[in-house]
Design a protein around this ligand. Sequence first.
Ligand code: PLP
Length: 300
Amino acid sequence: MSIDTAAAQTAIVPTLPGDVVVFVGTPDAVPLAEATLSVSDLATTRGDGVFESIAVIGGVFVQLEAHLERLDHSAAMLDLPAPDLAAFEAAARLAVAAHAAEPELLVKLVHSRGPEGGVNGQVAPSGWAQVMSGPDHSAARTAGIRVVTLDRGYRHDVAQTSPWLLQGAKTLSYALNKAALREAARRGADDVIFVSSDGVVLEGPTSTVLVRHGGVFRTPRTDLGILAGTTQALVFDTLASLGFDTAEAVIPPEELAAADAVWLLSSGRLVAPVRELDGRSIPVDAALTSTLLAETFGLR
Ligand code: PLP
């Protein structure tokens, strides 16, 4: 069943307390505690699916279309049936309408391979949109974050040599990314920048790296087996409109340490300056960070 997006937007949707879930293709929002998934769903048993996290700021989706396109791209990399993007959009809009309004919300879209064995022998993907209250990121955005570099254990060209490793797809298999964040915490840091085994800066476990040297802002190239960041794309537009040069590049770790400033960019935290890299202080450009948050996302 498909849902008319416009109708979902204009219909008066009762607000539910707490987080809200809408299963794709269904007309109702349910409280998170009442949303159930089969224990045989391959999302739960294998992490076999793809997802997106999308910011909703002041009730407006940030880059919804780009996130839907990336969901589709990730699904293709996993040979999943193509997600019904109109149905995902309708579910996302309905879920946001059913959630209490807040300045910042986060919408997670999940497209799973569905129950093991499929239904009647056919793959039967399951999908849903979950809306969560955004955590308070103000300290990270203003004071900055402490980051450690960790070896990802793959060469920089792994996406070309071993596409079955799915580098660059936003899969549900994030246990490794979570483990890296726990390793960062053990080392007294908040976050991670992965480096390839042959010495190329890649990405964070849930973020894109932005590096400034003078008036030039660079981010790692997306052919290095990393996710193409939607936040980075928007921030590059803002930087260009401010008159800065931007480029995708191959960045060695030494250039991180020597940078004028480094940020991690992602849909939830948006723009977080790095204040410490591998235990050494690096400069935080607080003024530019607040300009980027204001000009790109309207956050003041
Ligand atoms: N890289 C990885 C591995 C991610 O998981 C994410 C987001 O979760 C990003 C980069 C940043 O992408 P976006 O800005 O689209 O949220």
